[in-house]
Design a protein around this ligand. Structure first.
Ligand SMILES: [Zn+2]
Length: 147
């Protein structure tokens, strides 16, 4: 485990531009012109699996994932959102929040699947600040509604 932590990409780098963070986790924006709004929610410490987290932290982490999903839906108007937690290559808890459109490069495959089409028109990029503000709004709203 010690060696794993020393060589872990997410222990050593933020993993993208930081949009929002707490003591538990950070939200980073992934630079991918095909998927504006693509974010990762990364645990601040090295933990391999969701079931290794105490239940209260699992809930806190998922609340952030859902707030990011809400923010991405508001800003990007995707046809679908993909939530994914893989970590086969980087076994450090992180969730991918990926906006998807019927005409995106890989639809209906996962974004890691084979390319389905050439996309001529790029989608409008999303600003880190506006995304951060929407995430804060979504977190506040979730807190108010007691979830
Ligand atoms: Zn790590």
């Amino acid at each position: 485990m010690q060696h794993e932590v020393e060589t872990c990409e997410l222990c050593n780098c933020p993993g993208g531009e930081v949009v929002w963070e707490s003591a538990l986790c950070r939200v980073v924006m992934v630079e991918d012109a095909d998927y504006p709004g693509f974010c990762r929610v990364v645990l601040q410490r090295h933990v391999r699996e969701m079931s290794d987290l105490p239940p209260a932290e699992r809930n806190q982490l998922m609340n952030v994932v859902f707030a990011v999903e809400t923010a991405v839906r508001q800003l990007c108007q995707p046809d679908k959102v993909n939530l994914a937690s893989l970590g086969n290559l980087t076994p450090h808890l992180h969730w991918h929040v990926i906006p998807r459109w019927r005409d995106d490069k890989h639809f209906p495959n996962p974004i890691w699947g084979s390319v389905q089409r050439v996309v001529a028109q790029r989608r409008k990029p999303i600003g880190v600040r506006e995304l951060g503000e929407q995430i804060i709004n979504a977190l506040r709203q979730a807190q108010r509604s007691g979830t």
